[in-house]
Design a protein around this ligand. Sequence first.
Ligand code: SF4
Length: 623
Amino acid sequence: MDIQQKVLFVDAGTGFYRLAKYPVGDFFGPVDLGLHLTGRFNSLNIGVGLLAGSILPGSNRLVFTGWSPCWGGFYVSSMGGAGLVFENLGVNMLSLVGRASTPSVLILNRQHGEEVDVALEPLDLPRVWASGRPGFYGLLDYVHERYSPRYSRPPRILAVGPASAATDFGAIGSVPLDGNGRLTHVDTWAGRGGFGSRLLGEHNIAAVIYGGTVVDEDFRDRKVADDWFQVRYQKRLAAKDFEATTKYRFDPKLSTGGTLGVNFATLGGAMLSFNYRSVRMTEDERVALHRSLVLDHYLQQFNEETIAAKQQHTCGEPCAAVCKKMRDEFKKDYEPYETMGPQCGIFDQRAAERLTHHADALGFDAISVGGVLSWVMECLHERLRSPADVGVEDVPVFDPSSFRVVEDSDRNAALGVAILDSIVSKRFNLAQGPRRRARRLARVKGRAVLDSFVHTAFARKGWMVPNQYWTPGALAPMPIMGKYYMYYGPDFLPPRQLGRMNAARMVEELALDNLGICRFHRGWAEDMGAEIVEALYGRGKEFVGKVKMTASRINSRNSSVFWEAGRNAELVQAFLTRRRDVGGVDRPELHEWIARFEKDGREAALDFWYEMHKGTHESLLEF
Ligand code: SF4
């Protein structure tokens, strides 16, 4: 019997909806099906993988696909745990088209085997954002209070904040509900790609509440799963998963856990700070800065307040990784606490909490907005922009040599909050995205304004603040950047080889996204994904083929543009010399690239970029 994926199409303009079915085999999950629907209907697609609701840990991600307003191309973003409740709707995907005439809440409810009940209700969005808890949190409260009583089991809510109305990089956020149906503080975000701006801007939907009582025949046979894992790892599923997620829970070797704890404990001289200007320091200076400001303060606070106190939760699905590290209402991940931490000259948890929580309340993609803030701060520090130009009254403390960890972090956080407010009120207008803004400013003020905005560029105005690892892979010309569709290891690879490796990583990560599996479980999920599809659907080989074809199709629209920011090239050059001088790498290719950068930096950067591009393109051909 053919197994079908069910897609609920909703036209936000008319309220009409219909159900369509797509056989497993033609499509395997939210990414390949989402790509297809985006191409046909230009829809925003929200769906789960085939393994949602199963006993496999991490299998309940909610995956968003569609045209990204900030990247300017097809994008994939995902949110932990939100697929578990979505599954109770008895559909695999929601596909949104059309635009409501007024900002609205989309209500999806399915009770006791009936059809999905679809309703759109208008709301006074500015008032909701401004009353009670601010922004995104206020909207969560509003929707929860009004609509959750309609559900017999706890629903889940997706919501946006004011950033989605003011910029192209608003996120979609959610929190799991606790056992009593109350909202928790454990924020989960589909941040990258700006799908909040898309949801609100294109469809005029500010929030979606969904839930139901459908119980599918999901895979729940633990003995069978244990047998699969015994064959491959000589361990049961739970034991292998526990081992594979050590970093995210607690790493006894480092006495810390979570992405924030483990990364800040191990970065040393590779830590980026002060809008990437740390790459200009000596290694000794970077190591000293990391020790005094991070190991001895920023990380120490985190370890005492969060790790020792065991303030940790899951995203909403049962998961031994408990990766959501908290301090009261503040959820802490590495990348937001890096871009709105050291990159903004903030090395104190109170200051970082204040800024990141404000960015979350406004509903920004936290990584991207941190990159924008650190860029603006450098422009202020270098007097390339005046405070009045960006609608604020202060300048940052951006000199690491005399930095006072608490006072100066606090001042920079206060400035960051003021810049965020200026962005959403459009005093500092980023409605068309910061890349376009930087380019325009550069025409008047000179290249330095654009050079210091580190981003990857796509087509005419697409942009993405890179993942926070000092490695050329984070700046690669891939068709989707800002997530881990690239190789971000710290070792040196010649760029052509790096491009191939990026392509291979994209295929692996795409497979996880297409199964709706959390990448923190990749320690087994990458090995086992196809095997599980084979065991449950008899189509493991087809699944692998489909993922590769999907990667090549996404890459066929790869409009990556050579680095517009001069600092991108500077990061790569400094990475190469650091590999030689600190890493002790003695490879002829490395020496050759260093010499080329020293001779003509721009030409070398262009060649390096194109070599990566070649490696990706030669790897992602359809035939
Ligand atoms: S690792 Fe974290 S995000 Fe992933 S499933 Fe577990 S709790 Fe959720």
